[in-house]
Write a protein that binds this ligand. Structure first.
Ligand SMILES: Cc1ncc(C[n+]2csc(CCOP(=O)(O)OP(=O)(O)O)c2C)c(N)n1
Ligand SMILES: [Mg+2]
Length: 326
């Protein structure tokens, strides 16, 4: 076990990853059964990134997510029942069933939203970071995004602005080697996305995104710097998505062997081995697994039983009312 990670935190990291994996595997099945409308992009295989980064954050820190966002909300403390209801399009969900998988948000947890527009969140997070800087709080703001998103203009604009204004922004690139069906070597010539930080005189960290302990330490370093006015960091977490780009993706662009080679690097399996080697009792781990299984059963029942939104409310909640003093 990593000496810098106490056992309690190590178990918490495992629990977060397991909550994400179990939620995702449940929604995969429910989607196949026609219970979940729309598109579904799962985070299976990438759990260590959200779990490791969010463990280094405080509840009042902000994050922004992507089209592959369930893991980010869970790692920031999202409740499985309210998330499940949202994915079902039910009124009891986090966004009253009007957001769904790709637009789920919970500002009270500092989760500013999933986003179907690739790259969009990278700039939005600078707004949260600027707010913290302006108000003189020591909050930090994290944008999660993919390797594909690192080719958008908004990525470069956002990193430049964060650097020039010395914002407490942390940019976390989840490099899973693909943008939809396009392998990374066909969409960018650089080997490491992290090298792009040099153009903005920004520190960067490359980390094994399937090693939750390593991700946690990288995030801790970036967070510590941002909190004391040290400015932004680009973290590149190298990982892999074990399921298709979306559920139903025929995946003609990669081989079974490639997927299997990454299944062997499963972040949960790896961390379970680390825990056992550090004499964490197997029963403790199994107890976490059982608790999550039960929580998920209840979440599915809650979503199933919940009502659909009232059509009369279709046009409410579109604009936020201005605060009275404005
Ligand atoms: C602005 C924009 N362009 C294109 C798309 C279509 N699209 C959806 S996901 C995706 C690939 C994103 O790849 P990456 O950023 O690596 O994220 P990953 O899916 O691998 O997590 C694309 C091109 C989109 N949603 N938004
Ligand atoms: Mg990608």
């Amino acid at each position: 076990m990593d000496e810098k990670i106490p056992k309690e935190l190590a178990l918490q990291l495992y629990e977060t990853m397991q909550r994400i994996r179990s939620f995702e595997m449940a929604v995969v099945e429910l989607f196949a059964r026609g219970k979940i409308p729309g598109f579904l992009h799962t985070y299976v295989g990438e759990e260590a990134v959200a779990a490791g980064v969010c463990a280094a954050l405080r509840p009042d820190d902000k994050i922004i997510s992507t089209h592959r966002g369930h893991g980010h909300l869970i790692a920031k403390g999202g409740r499985l029942d309210l998330m499940m209801a949202e994915l079902f399009g039910k009124r009891t969900g986090y966004c009253k069933g009007k957001g769904g998988s790709m637009h789920i948000a919970e500002p009270d947890l500092g989760m500013l939203g999933a986003n179907a527009i690739v790259g969009a969140g990278i700039a939005i997070i600078n707004g949260a970071a600027l707010t913290a800087q302006y108000l003189g709080t020591d909050q930090v703001a994290v944008a999660f995004f993919g390797d594909g998103a690192s080719n958008t203009g908004v990525f470069h604009e956002a990193l430049n602005m964060a650097s020039v204004w010395n914002l407490p922004s942390i940019f976390v690139c989840e490099n899973n080697g693909y943008a939809e069906s396009t392998p990374k070597h066909q969409h960018q010539k650089i080997k490491d996305v992290a090298v792009r930080a040099v153009a903005y005189d920004m520190p960067s960290i490359i980390v094994d995104g399937n090693d939750v302990g390593a991700v946690y330490r990288a995030a801790q370093e970036a967070v510590a710097r941002a909190r004391v006015g040290g400015g932004p960091t680009l973290i590149e977490a190298k990982t892999y998505r074990l399921r298709g780009h979306y559920e139903g993706d025929p995946q003609m662009y990669r081989t079974r062997e490639e997927i299997e080679s990454w299944e062997k690097k499963c972040p949960l399996e790896r961390w379970r081995k680390v825990l056992l080697a550090a004499d964490v009792p197997a029963e403790g781990i199994e107890e976490i697994d059982r608790r999550i299984e039960q929580e998920l059963k209840e979440a599915v029942a809650f979503a199933e039983e919940s009502p659909l939104p009232d059509p009369a409310e279709a046009r409410s909640d579109i604009f936020t009312p201005l605060p009275a003093e404005m």
